[in-house]
Design a protein around this ligand. Structure first.
Ligand SMILES: Nc1ncnc2c1ncn2[C@@H]1O[C@H](COP(=O)(O)OP(=O)(O)OP(=O)(O)O)[C@@H](O)[C@H]1O
Ligand SMILES: [Mg+2]
Length: 275
C-alpha cells in the first residue's frame, strides 16, 4: 500500500464563533485507501471533513493538497481532485436527478471547454453505477430519501475526483442499499484506486469496508488503525460511553459490535444462552 498522502491536515484548529471544535489535529489521508471516521454525534466528524474539503478555513494550522496549502489553489482545480458529499446536501428546487449528476461535471468545464462526450459518458456511468438511471428524469423533490441519497452519490461519482469525502452516505438507506453503497465505495477503491474518507455510524459496516478506522471524540483523534486495532470494548466505552461486546463478524471476519443496553446489562450472556 502506498504511504503517499495527497491530502494532509497539519495542526488544524477549527470552530464556529467562539467555539473551538477541533484543536491541533494532524492527519494524512493515504492515497488509494478507504478511511472511515467514527465517533459520537457532535464530536467533529463533519467539521473535519468540511475542513479537508476547504469549505471551512482552519484558524490555526493548514490543510495541504500535494504539499501546498489547499487555499492557495483555484476552486476549480481543487474540485477536479477532491469531491465532497455533505451530510445534508441541498439542491435548488425543481432539479432532476440527471441535472444534479450533470452538475458534478461543472469543474471540468470552462468557456473554452463546453459539455463534451467525456462529460456525457461520465454522467451515464455514474447514473448506472448508483442505480438511478431509471429515475434520471424524476425531480429530486419527488424521490424517497434513499433514492435522493443515491442521486447525490451519483453526482459525486460523476465529478470523477481521485479523492472522495463522503459524510454519512448511507443515512436514510435501507440495509440492502447501505451495503450497495459500501460495495460501490469498495469498487471505486479496488477498480479505480480512489481515495475515500467516509463518515459512518454503523461500526460493523465501517469495520468491514474501511482499511483504516479513525475514532474521534471531542474534536480529537483518539484511535487510528486497522478495524481490529480500533474497535475494542474499551474504546467503545471511552469514545461512545457504550457497554458492548466485540465478537467476530461471521461473514467478514472483522470486529462486530454487539451493544449490551439497559435491558440486558445484568444478564450473564452464558446464562442467557442456556435459558
Ligand atoms: N454551523 C455551525 N455553527 C455552530 N456550531 C456548529 C456548526 N456546525 C457544527 N457545529 C457544532 O460543532 C460541533 C461538531 O459538529 P459536527 O457537525 O462536526 O459533528 P459530527 O461529529 O459530524 O456529528 P453528527 O454525528 O451528529 O453528524 C457540535 O458541537 C456542533 O453543534
Ligand atoms: Mg456530522
Amino acid at each position: 500500500m502506498s504511504e503517499k498522502a495527497r491530502l494532509q491536515a497539519r495542526g488544524v484548529s477549527v470552530g464556529y464563533g467562539d467555539t473551538v471544535v477541533i484543536d491541533g489535529l494532524d492527519l494524512d489521508v493515504l492515497d488509494g485507501t478507504v478511511t472511515a471516521l467514527i465517533g459520537p454525534n457532535g464530536c467533529g466528524k463533519s467539521t473535519l471533513l468540511r475542513t479537508l474539503a476547504r469549505l471551512l478555513s482552519p484558524r490555526k494550522g493548514q490543510v495541504l493538497l500535494d504539499g501546498r496549502r489547499i487555499d492557495s489553489y483555484p476552486t476549480r482545480e481543487v474540485a477536479t481532485v477532491l469531491g465532497m458529499l455533505p451530510q445534508a446536501p441541498v439542491a435548488p428546487d425543481g432539479l432532476t436527478v440527471a441535472d444534479l449528476v450533470a452538475r458534478g461535471r461543472h469543474p471540468h468545464q470552462s468557456w473554452y471547454r463546453q459539455w463534451s462526450r467525456d462529460d456525457e459518458a461520465a454522467v451515464a456511468e455514474a447514473l448506472e453505477w448508483t442505480g438511478v438511471a431509471e429515475i434520471a428524469e424524476r425531480r429530486l423533490d419527488t424521490l424517497s430519501g434513499g433514492q435522493r441519497q443515491r442521486a447525490w452519490i451519483s453526482m459525486a461519482l460523476a465529478q470523477g475526483t481521485e479523492v472522495l469525502l463522503l459524510d454519512e452516505p448511507t443515512t436514510f438507506l435501507d440495509l440492502a442499499h447501505q451495503v450497495d453503497v459500501l460495495d460501490l465505495i469498495e469498487r471505486l477503491h479496488t477498480e479505480r484506486g480512489r481515495t475515500v474518507v467516509v463518515v459512518l455510524h454503523d461500526l460493523n459496516l465501517a469495520a468491514r469496508y474501511a482499511g483504516r478506522l479513525i475514532a474521534m471524540r471531542s474534536g480529537r483523534i483518539v484511535a487510528d488503525g486497522r478495524p481490529d486495532e480500533v474497535l475494542t470494548e474499551g474504546l467503545l466505552r471511552s469514545v461512545f460511553d457504550l457497554d458492548a461486546r466485540v465478537v467476530t463478524d461471521p461473514v467478514a471476519g472483522t470486529p462486530m459490535v454487539v451493544p449490551v443496553g439497559r435491558r440486558h446489562r445484568s444478564t450473564d450472556p452464558s446464562v442467557a444462552a442456556t435459558r
